[in-house]
Design a protein around this ligand. Structure first.
Ligand code: SF4
Length: 459
């Protein structure tokens, strides 16, 4: 973990200054008053040029996401907090003072220097983040980046999770949600059923479901149209890239056409599911080769971005994947964001053991915290990293808000995918409970909409 030593650091610098000879430049390159005085008394005929003076520092200024990063989001996606200025320069100042932070794992010193200089982290750096034993040091670094982006703000949304159906042609081995047609536990909702689920006050609906063998693309199109007509103020985030790909596999609707038609019907954004882990080895072992592979998943998100549809991204972790596969997944997302720039949030999804039992028990909270922190540090072009409360253990969420996360998702109301895998969290939370979760962490709660426009700041 890092030990803050600002006090002792100041003392040692002061001591060093008092013992420095007048002709020795200070660490800043400036000379002392007595030194400048001695220069003025030198004979003009001496050929020694005057010492180079450091240029005066420009006054500090607010820096925005646009222009401050190598691959910032296009302005059309920068609404609300995504366009907010950097904060917490005090934290940055602490890091700039060499020696102010010490890590138990000295490999983090090199990464810290890169983070301070806003340099991109490498694959090796990513592996270090996942392997280091200095968990608190890692969290401190990630929190520094999060604070630089968002200050002490943590976002949440009043939303409604809706699954039109869990009937699915696939049988991914990690999934407790899907059912075959007519089997116990299978459900299919009509458009009227879905409309009845959306109550007053909801600002976002989040819709994902199984790959239904018979429902035509037009059902999904009409569903979006009906929601938009009934609730024009509600933003609709619907259909993973895997589902968009399935519309092609089943109905030969090209992804671009599907996205254009859904957007015309009222779609605002795409959720980030269906990515699982970008690994052919894992896809084969867990039988999800029948859906969009990493190239296809990224292609569809890139298409959405080009059409002005922002999206999220996920990674399902804590099962049979390796740490290197996690790093490669994150770097693939970062590359896609460089290319198309429309990702809003990265959401690490903790695998729920449920009845699929790929591993004996859920990955520990420390692994979830490590993954959130590593994601915040590696995904330097993602505005937001989420601590998805529904899949984290109890108090981990508040702790994750000190490990790089700036979002907790929302009220959900009736989350089913994790809960059919026996997630221990509630199926939904009230606004007051989310506020308590965020305030307990000592953060400022910011209610947002699906596109990160600020609805209200809750102090
Ligand atoms: S993860 Fe999605 S595609 Fe795979 S079985 Fe479950 S519902 Fe179907």
């Amino acid at each position: 973990m890092p030990s803050r030593s600002c006090g002792s650091g100041r003392a040692s610098r002061s001591s060093a200054a008092s013992s420095t000879s007048p002709s020795t430049p200070s660490p800043s390159g400036r000379r002392s008053g007595s030194d400048r005085s001695s220069n003025r008394t030198r004979p003009a005929s001496r050929s020694v040029p005057p010492p180079e003076r450091a240029a005066p520092r420009p006054p500090p200024r607010c820096r925005r996401v646009v222009g401050a990063r190598r691959s910032a989001l296009p302005r059309r996606f920068l609404t609300g907090d995504a366009a907010a200025p950097y904060h917490a320069e005090s934290s940055a100042a602490a890091l700039r003072q060499g020696g102010a932070v010490r890590f138990a794992d000295t490999r983090l010193d090199r990464i810290c220097a890169k983070v301070c200089a806003r340099e991109r982290l490498s694959r090796d750096d990513g592996l270090t983040l996942f392997e280091t034993g200095d968990l608190l040091g890692l969290g401190w670094l990630a929190d520094h980046v999060k604070t630089r982006l968002h200050g002490d703000r943590v976002h949440f949304v009043i939303n409604r999770y809706i699954n039109p159906t869990n009937v699915c042609v696939l049988s991914c081995r990690f999934c407790d949600f899907a059912r075959k047609p007519g089997r116990p536990g299978a459900f299919e909702n009509s458009i009227e059923d879905v409309l009845g689920m959306i109550k007053d006050g909801v600002s976002e609906v989040h819709i994902v479901g199984g790959h239904h063998p018979d429902w035509p693309f037009e059902y999904y199109e009409r569903l979006i149209e009906a929601i938009h007509a009934a609730r024009p103020a509600v933003q609709i985030k619907a259909f993973t890239a895997a589902e968009i790909d399935y519309f092609w596999r089943r109905w030969k609707i090209e992804p671009k056409e599907a996205l254009q038609r859904l957007k015309a019907a009222g779609l605002h954004a795409l959720p980030g599911g269906g990515a699982e882990v970008f690994s052919g080895r894992v896809a084969k072992a867990l039988a999800y080769t029948g859906k969009a592979d990493p190239d296809r998943w990224c292609e569809i998100h890139g298409l959405a971005h080009s059409l002005g549809i922002p999206t999220n991204a996920t990674m399902l972790f804590g099962h049979i994947e390796t740490l290197a596969e996690r790093v490669d997944h994150l770097l693939r997302l970062r590359t896609q964001q460089d290319a198309s720039g429309g990702f809003l949030t990265f959401i690490p999804l903790v695998y729920q053991v449920g009845d699929t039992k790929l591993v004996p028990r859920q990955t520990p909270p420390t692994d979830a915290l490590r993954t959130i922190a590593a994601a915040r540090l590696l995904l330097d072009n993602f505005p937001h990293v989420e601590a998805y409360w529904s899949m984290l253990c109890g108090q981990s969420v508040s702790i994750a808000l000190h490990f790089g996360a700036d979002d907790v998702n929302g009220t959900l109301e009736d989350e089913r995918i994790a809960h059919m895998a026996k997630a221990e969290s509630p199926a939904g939370l009230a606004r007051a409970q989310l506020l308590r979760m965020i305030h307990d962490a000592g953060r400022t709660a910011v209610e947002r909409d699906a596109l990160y426009n600020v609805v209200r700041v809750w102090n």
